[in-house]
Each structure stands twice: as structure tokens, then as C-alpha cells.
Design a protein around this ligand. Structure first.
Ligand code: 13P
Ligand code: SF4
Length: 328
């Protein structure tokens, strides 16, 4: 059992107050030492932690300076004036932050924090898609490698995909790599969408039957789904949107009982803010997001591991696709 640092426990008590609904006191007693050390390292090194909504509550509420969905993290990355950015999220998010901050040190605490969508397509695949559909613009989900972004025309996230597709003023676009996001957007626009066949390993597991059972077992429940879920799941949900949109929905509508069909930590993080809402939690874990821990964030700040680097030969073209999205 880890030794308890009572000084750290006392200093982090106000932070614990924020998460006490989802983290038992004994667990916080173990986290406090790392939280305290990370706060000190951030001050000393002029560093900030950007954390995705899927990070665990001790990271999200304990050490993060900026939290949000992929769109917000990309936008906020353009405004950071610290020397070091630690990206508590997956690799493509850290690459996006580095693209937007080429002169800053961007650290990812675990290099193996990948994404099944980003891994589903290569730059060569994008070139072949372009050859097969000459003149059709390519919209790359931000969940892609820098090399894939460099071969694409514009980026999108789940928070702005419809707006991006419609901003191009064309009748046909290619959306990659998430087939389900593309199909879900296709139900909302007249633009013809050709999709790649990538899937998120977390969201593809939800089924319409899960929703039917939830409605049977928890009468009156409001079902929110991420648009990476299959279209038949989105069709049965009450609302579909990005992680930030789901969080805003709960804040705005205050449903008495809700389920978020997405990654597990999302409910914990939102539940801490809304004690009046009952969260039902059948969720799926993202093994990549869960590679990020307090221990490896602390280690990143102590040792500068792992610095994100981008091949200069593709950086400029990839940056343009992200900036084109951010300019909308
Ligand atoms: P958001 O942009 O909605 O936060 O989604 C990112 C992601 O990886 C969802 O699985
Ligand atoms: Fe990728 Fe899915 Fe994990 Fe998001 S939840 S990082 S899309 S594997």
C-alpha cells in the first residue's frame, strides 16, 4: 500500500471536494501525493495540462488546466502561452497541439496512447481515395495521424462535422476515417458523403438493444450518444453530440436520469458537477485514454518524456487542414 503524504493530502483537500462524489477518500489519499507534485511541477516549469473529457476524474478535476472535447482542446492549444503543454489524452490530440505550437514542448505521458480510428487509415489510403474520386474534397476527422491530415483538405471533429461538410459548398465530400460519424452526418445534410470504413472500438460496441433495455430498466431515462456510435444507436437515442455537447446538454436540460453512451470517465466527470442528476453507467472503457495516469503525467513533467515531434515535410500541409477548420 502506498504511503500517505499528509502534507499533500491537506494541500489538495479543496480539489478533493470537487471529486468526492466519484472518488472514495482512501483512493484520494493515494492520488494526493502525485496531484500535489504535478501542481508544483507545473508552476516550476511553466507548464499546462490539457485533458480530454475521457480522462479519469483525478486528472480531469485534479491537475488539468483546460478540459474539453477535441475541438476545444485544439482551439485552446492555439492560445496557450506556457512553455510546456502536457496532453492528457491520446496521441492524435498531442500531435494536433504540436502542429498548432511548433515552437513549444508538447509532451504525451504514454506514447502508446493511440486510437482505433487513427490507426484505421494511412496517408497512402487517402491518396488512393483521391485518385478514385478526383476533385472530391476530403474531410479528415481530427482522430487521424498528421500524415493523413497532410493528405486531406480540411479537418473536422464530432463537434463541427456538419458545419465543416456544409462549409465546402459542394455536392459530394469524402469523410474519413469514421464510417459511423459519416453516416450520422449524412442524415442531417443533402451533401453526398463517401465514407471510409474505420470505427471507434469503444463506441461501435453500443447497440440499439442496449438502449431498449436501459429504457425498460430505468423508466424516464434520457439517452445521450456520441456520433461515433452506429447510426441505429444514434437513431434510438434522445440526443447525439460530441463529448462537450453531451456535457452541455446535461447542464442545460438537467434530466433527472441520464445515460451517456460513450467512454466511462465522461459520466464521472459530468456527475461531479450535477449532484441532482442520476447517472446510469453502462459504459465502455477506451484502453488508449486509460494509459494516461497521474504517475506518467508526473514523470512527463520530471523528465520531458515523451516529446511529440512531427516530420517537417508534412507539418505545413497538416497544419493548414487544422487551421482551415479552426477558421470556420
Ligand atoms: P470528442 O471530440 O467528442 O471529445 O470525441 C473525441 C473522441 O475520441 C471520442 O471518442
Ligand atoms: Fe479513439 Fe474511440 Fe478511444 Fe476516442 S474513444 S480515442 S475514438 S478509440
Amino acid at each position: 500500500m502506498a504511503e500517505i503524504n499528509s502534507g499533500a493530502l491537506a494541500r489538495t483537500a479543496p480539489l478533493y471536494d470537487r471529486v468526492k462524489r466519484v472518488i472514495p477518500p482512501l483512493e484520494w489519499a493515494v492520488f494526493a501525493d502525485d496531484v500535489d507534485a504535478i501542481l508544483e511541477l507545473k508552476r516550476k516549469r511553466n507548464a499546462v495540462v490539457l485533458a480530454h473529457n475521457y480522462q479519469t476524474p483525478e486528472i480531469f478535476h485534479g491537475v488539468a488546466d483546460i478540459v474539453g472535447d477535441s475541438l476545444l482542446l485544439a482551439r485552446e492549444a492555439t492560445k496557450v502561452d506556457a512553455d510546456i503543454i502536457v496532453l492528457a489524452g491520446v496521441h492524435f490530440m498531442a500531435e494536433t497541439a504540436k502542429l498548432l505550437n511548433p515552437k513549444k514542448t508538447v509532451l504525451i505521458p504514454d506514447l502508446a496512447a493511440g486510437c482505433s480510428l487513427a490507426d484505421s487509415i494511412t496517408a497512402q489510403d487517402v491518396r488512393l481515395m483521391r485518385e478514385r474520386h478526383p476533385g472530391v474534397p476530403i474531410v479528415a476527422y481530427v482522430n487521424t495521424s498528421t500524415a493523413v491530415k497532410a493528405e486531406s483538405d480540411i479537418c473536422c471533429t464530432s463537434g463541427n462535422a456538419l458545419k465543416v461538410v456544409e462549409s465546402l459548398g459542394v455536392e459530394h465530400v469524402i469523410m474519413l476515417p469514421d464510417e459511423y460519424l459519416a453516416q450520422n452526418i449524412a442524415t442531417q445534410t443533402r451533401v453526398k458523403i463517401t465514407a471510409w470504413k474505420g470505427h471507434c472500438e469503444v463506441h461501435e460496441r453500443f447497440t440499439p438493444d442496449d438502449i431498449r433495455q436501459l429504457r425498460e430498466n430505468h423508466p424516464g431515462i434520457t439517452v445521450l450518444a456520441h456520433p461515433e456510435c452506429p447510426p441505429e444507436v444514434v437513431a434510438e437515442a434522445d440526443f447525439a453530440g460530441s463529448t462537450a455537447a453531451m456535457s452541455s446538454y446535461v447542464a442545460r436540460e438537467r434530466p433527472p436520469r441520464v445515460v451517456l453512451l460513450t467512454e466511462c470517465s465522461m459520466s464521472d466527470n459530468v456527475a461531479t458537477l450535477h449532484p441532482d442528476v442520476e447517472f446510469i453507467r453502462p459504459c465502455n472503457l477506451c484502453p488508449h485514454m486509460k494509459r494516461i495516469t497521474l504517475k506518467n503525467i508526473r514523470h512527463a513533467l520530471e523528465t520531458d518524456r515523451h516529446r511529440v515531434t512531427i516530420d517537417p515535410a508534412i507539418a505545413e500541409r497538416a497544419r493548414r487542414t487544422v487551421e482551415r477548420m479552426l477558421a470556420l
